[in-house]
Design a protein around this ligand. Sequence first.
Ligand code: DC
Length: 241
Amino acid sequence: MTASDQGRASASRETLERGSTPVIAIDGPAASGKGTVALGVADQLGFHYLESGSLYRLVGLAALQDRIALDDEERVAEAAKGLEAAFDGGRIRLRGADVTDAIRSEAVGSAASRVAVFPAVRTALLSGQRAFRRPPGLVAEGRDMGTVVFPDALVKIYVTATPEARAMRRYNQLIEKGNSVIIEGLLRDIRERDARDSARAVAPLRVAADAIVLDTTDMTIGESVVFVLEKYRAAIGKAGR
Ligand code: DC
């Protein structure tokens, strides 16, 4: 076998592995609890975990740092293509600096939602997201995991909760961290973000045709995790894995 044959064989093995590696796609609006549920499921199954929102947040932060106008699609897409990000041991780095906490601010969240409307930005982040699909499996969380990034996901869950319940959860998280916040402001931000994420032309937030809706308004995290695990087990049973 020549070196190029070997290269082709290993590339196709990788494609096969990726193709058969199960993905659980968990989408939903801001502060719906999808991140906590996704982490819990990944932990229970020993799967890899992709929090796709962090990539949009990194692009938003890079644009803010470089003083790129958030409506300049071309320059923001350049920033997305050249994103120097690293994920290690739960910490997230941008150009070598630890930005794990910085990307969680409401300002960066709002910048992320603004840059995420651009098709060129979304395309720039696509292959990086798909590279997270590695054995034994992946739990991918975001807005378009089931509709665009992993349309062949084994299980697609759309996590939601009322805007009031989501604002209350965000409020409690922020208060716990010692921030002073006004719940009305959080509710307004959540409604604005929902409207922008749902109304954009490319990969809008929507329930995939084959997704199962999980309304967590009156559910605990533990109950939500069990719900997803049951759906996953039912799906592997059906697929005869
Ligand atoms: O999940 P999050 O709140 O961290 O995401 C921040 C923003 O990034 C969100 O308002 C919209 C955007 N986003 C997206 O467009 N597609 C994704 N798959 C994930 C996030």
